[in-house]
Design a protein around this ligand. Structure first.
Ligand SMILES: Cc1cc2nc3c(=O)[nH]c(=O)nc-3n(C[C@H](O)[C@H](O)[C@H](O)COP(=O)(O)O)c2cc1C
Length: 194
């Protein structure tokens, strides 16, 4: 058993996004993150995912577009809310979008492709932590909005798996209650009968 990996996984937790600061992962570290994220189970080797890097000024351009879109959807917004939308992608120095790219395949259903994307996002979260960074996987309203997805660079047929926020984290994230593992697994006891 690799006790180090198990201990690492047992203590893993997300960092609060407002506490993710510069420095961001370097280009070389980002390349490593993408290598790890794309090394996931993928039925039929379809690579039904891709990654979008958001950093630098792009984060502020996105913020302005999201604020405008939020007002289109909801009507005039209070200044504080406008500022919140403008800052969406600018809180962490790096955001990696994990994008589900459905492939036409006669044998492999799209839900399996989406699950492979979730595995990619989780690998990305873990790899960022392993490189010493904090990370946090979110989706938010713009993932569920066609125009929001367009603003973020997705094609009409694509869907968001997550926006993984990454940065230097020097604090200690609060522990949150975890489900009791003993209540989660049971021996198979025959077909479900209600
Ligand atoms: C698919 C997915 C989407 C999420 N979207 C959001 C979100 O939009 N906003 C949010 O505050 N947290 C969201 N979360 C939860 C954050 O990832 C949360 O910080 C995390 O679950 C904390 O758990 P951890 O410490 O085990 O990583 C999402 C989680 C998943 C798996």
């Amino acid at each position: 058993m690799n006790a180090t990996v198990i201990d690492f996984l047992l203590s893993r937790k997300s960092a609060p996004i407002p506490e993710l600061h510069e420095p961001a992962p370097s280009d070389e570290e980002i390349a490593t993150l993408i290598r790890v994220a794309s090394r996931v189970p993928d039925h039929g080797r379809l690579a039904p995912w891709r990654f979008i890097i958001y950093r630098g000024d792009a984060r502020f351009k996105i913020g302005a577009l999201l604020a405008k879109r939020a007002e289109e959807r909801e009507g005039p917004l209070a200044e504080a809310r406008v500022e919140q939308e403008k800052a969406r992608f600018a809180r962490a120095p790096l955001v990696v979008g994990v994008v589900h790219c459905p492939r036409d395949n006669p044998k492999i259903p799209q839900w399996e492709m989406l699950l492979s994307g979730a595995a990619a996002a989780m690998n990305l979260v873990i790899a960022a932590n392993a490189l010493g960074f904090g990370s946090n996987w979110i989706t938010n309203w713009y993932s569920d909005d066609e125009e929001g997805r367009r603003i973020l660079g997705l094609a009409p047929q694509e869907r968001v798996v997550g926006f993984v926020h990454i940065g230097t984290f020097s604090g200690d994230a609060p522990e949150r209650p975890r489900p009791d593992p003993e209540t989660l697994a049971s021996e198979y006891s025959g077909p479900w009968s209600g």
